[in-house]
Design a protein around this ligand. Structure first.
Ligand code: OVV
Length: 405
């Protein structure tokens, strides 16, 4: 059997719209809104000839798929490759790319390490770091929202929270980009990212070892779960790898997109300034409105159906979280950014057993940055064009010159 992008190609199921488009085209990855709209409009599921695969952009169906891990598994990979048929570029994640019961054990360890209590102990450090960073940026005539803040903040606080002894900011960013690009087709984005592997993967793997982690930190908390026998030493290293895979580019993108959306919606920034306690709801609405992780796939592990469509075992479904978060059927005035919306149930952090395990940390980081800005900055002035950085699974800025006054 000839695979396409590492999965078994399927025929279009009865009654499903065929749409001749490449969801991983750079033009769509950088500016996905029209694509999201048309994907939802064409039906609950759409067949994409280029990859002979199904794609889903509606809130209701994605919610169903994500909440049914028994039918729609993660262990066969959450990108286009089916790990049952094709070898992944790195040993699979033992939390992201796993199903119960294996997943249950690793998830429990990670949830404990990043519990609300553990994250509360980081909040003061996050806030003082954000305050200092914003104070320094206020002195500049202009700066890059991405390099100088959205990347600078998480790559300062997160490695410290994990307890990394050695920090290489660019390696952390590039590794995250690699992990997320690898979930897509073998296009230029994926190839260019994976080509960095030899420069980055050995370094990253080394930092996951117990002796390279400070005794205080999330990393060492995970290794404590090896000491008490919940997981093996090797599994602890793999879970630290998961922290570093999922914890950097995601928060960088969320914070960057928050800066973009506040700079381009000054009336919303005024609301935040009038009540800085809106920092969290403002971030939540940013997540809904911009969907930092735009796509994850699932694999049907049996013959089944969704909304009356027959799905064969082995079918990959591209789930467009970005489209679902703008679905007018679920969100009144979906394409309107409103920091007072309280968008409970958005899918930017997933839903179900694989819902973001680091969401407490992500929210704490963003809250610290947005609170500092709300209290210290009068205006976020755009000083040039926002440029987006295409990635097969992440939608975020590449650069955006701004000024704080
Ligand atoms: C949610 C997520 C994204 C990327 C990588 C991982 C998890 C991981 O476990 O490695």
């Amino acid at each position: 059997m000839t695979l396409i992008e590492g999965h078994r190609p399927i025929e279009p199921p009865q009654g499903v719209a065929v749409w001749d488009i490449d969801p991983y085209d750079t033009a769509i990855l950088t500016d996905p809104t029209d694509y999201y709209h048309e994907l939802r409009a064409r039906g609950p599921l759409v067949y994409i000839p280029k990859y002979q695969i199904l794609c889903c952009g509606r809130y209701a169906e994605i919610k169903t798929i994500f909440n049914d891990w028994e039918r729609f598994v993660s262990s066969r990979g959450v990108g286009l490759q089916d790990f049952k048929l094709d070898e992944p570029w790195r040993p699979p994640s033992i939390i992201l790319e796993a199903d119960p019961p294996d997943h249950t054990k690793t998830r429990t360890v990670m949830a404990r390490a990043m519990s609300p209590r553990a994250v509360n102990q980081l909040k003061e450090f996050f806030q003082s770091t954000a305050n200092d960073m914003v104070d320094r940026l206020l002195l500049l005539d202009s700066f890059d929202a991405v390099y100088d803040l959205a990347e600078a903040f998480p790559t300062t606080v997160f490695p410290e929270a994990v307890g990394l002894r050695e920090v290489n900011r660019q390696h952390l960013i590039d590794y995250g980009a690699m992990v997320f690009n690898a979930l897509g087709p073998d296009n230029a984005l994926r190839q260019r990212s994976l080509a960095m592997g030899p420069d980055i993967v050995p370094w990253l793997t080394e930092q996951c070892r117990r002796e390279n982690l400070k005794p205080e930190g999330l990393g060492s908390t995970i290794y404590a779960s090896a000491d008490n026998g919940d997981i093996t030493e090797e599994e602890a290293g793999m879970l630290v790898r998961s922290l570093l895979s999922a914890g950097v580019d995601t928060t960088v993108t969320g914070i960057g997109s928050a800066l973009w959306v506040l700079a381009t919606h000054p009336e919303e920034f005024e609301k935040l300034k009038a009540d800085p306690s809106l920092a969290r709801p403002a971030f939540e609405e940013t997540l809904r409105y911009t969907s930092p992780v735009h796509t994850f796939c699932r694999t049907a592990n049996l013959d089944t159906d969704i909304s009356g469509v027959r799905i064969q075992e082995g079918t990959k479904i591209i789930c467009s979280l970005g489209a679902a978060n703008l679905d007018e059927e679920h969100w009144p005035n979906a394409d309107h950014f409103d920091i007072n919306r309280r968008p409970t149930g958005h899918l930017a952090l997933g839903t179900g057993i694989h819902g973001c395990v680091g969401q407490n940390i992500a929210r704490a980081e963003a809250e610290a940055v947005l609170t500092a800005i709300a209290l210290k900055v009068d205006k976020i002035q755009s000083m040039g064009d926002a440029i987006w950085r295409p990635n097969n699974s992440i939608h975020g800025l590449d650069s955006f010159p701004i000024k704080f006054t």
